[in-house]
Design a protein around this ligand. Structure first.
Ligand code: ATP
Ligand code: MG
Length: 218
């Protein structure tokens, strides 16, 4: 069983996330792909971040109808801040150790992975699918501290544990939640950047979403 695990703030979820996930799902032949919105984000101040239940609901709306995609509340249900290592361990045991987990991560986030808690463990808990997103990234390589543990392969790297870091080509959509929040705060259209279901949800909560996103970074 090949299971994708796509973590993020999803504040809000957008077409860049969805199309990249669809590309990875197809390229790697994943059986299931879990979208895992963060709970209280350890990296971002809560300011400008919609409540986790709202971000989860938008993910649910966005993926509706795709039989491979599922929304997971595993990080939201936890009281303490969630680290990817905890999530991967918990998901791994929820499949009775029988699933091969693929951790989906954008190139921008991958290049900062050395700042994450216990990041070296991530490479032992899951295979990684690194999705290139605009702007063109410098050469993607494992964290330099760990470089001795990796060997170059045809489409990425392999860790001494045997787990892969695979660079997966995806449709390069220059869409970010930051740009969407900015457009919303400026009263501009975000149509075609998010699915219609998410657009409707945001339109139906027009006053609240200004509050949620007010003061968000950038
Ligand atoms: P923000 O601008 O608030 O940081 P974001 O658009 O980067 O939002 P996140 O929730 O931070 O979205 O991203 C979750 C994951 O999805 C990260 O690994 C990120 O790199 C990846 N990702 C986000 N947008 C894209 C995209 N357009 N193409 C490929 N991957 C993406
Ligand atoms: Mg981001």
């Amino acid at each position: 069983l090949n299971v994708g695990v796509f973590g993020g703030t999803f504040n809000p979820v957008h077409m860049g996330h969805l199309r990249a996930a669809e590309d990875v799902r197809q390229t790697l032949g994943l059986d299931r792909l879990l979208f895992v919105p963060s709970g209280a984000p350890p990296h971002k101040a809560a300011k400008g971040v919609a409540p986790s239940t709202v971000r989860l609901e938008m993910v649910r709306l966005a993926i509706e109808g795709n039989p491979y995609f599922e929304a997971s509340s595993i990080e939201i249900d936890r009281q303490s801040p969630s680290y990817s290592t905890d999530t991967l361990k918990e998901l791994g045991s929820s499949f009775g150790g029988k699933a091969r987990l693929w951790f989906l991560i954008g190139s921008d986030a991958f290049l900062e992975i050395h700042t994450w808690k216990n990041f070296d463990e991530i490479f032992e808990l899951a295979d990684l699918a690194v999705m290139l997103r605009p702007p063109p990234s410098p050469d993607i390589a494992p964290p330099s501290k760990l470089s001795a543990k990796f060997t170059k392969t045809e489409n990425g790297f392999v860790h001494v544990s045997g787990k892969q870091v695979r660079l997966v080509p995806v449709s390069m959509l220059d869409i970010s939640s930051t740009a969407i929040r900015k457009a919303l705060l400026e009263g501009k259209s975000i149509r075609y950047l998010v699915p219609d279901s998410v657009l409707d949800f945001l339109n139906n909560s027009a006053e609240q979403h200004l509050q949620w996103f007010q003061g968000s970074k950038e």
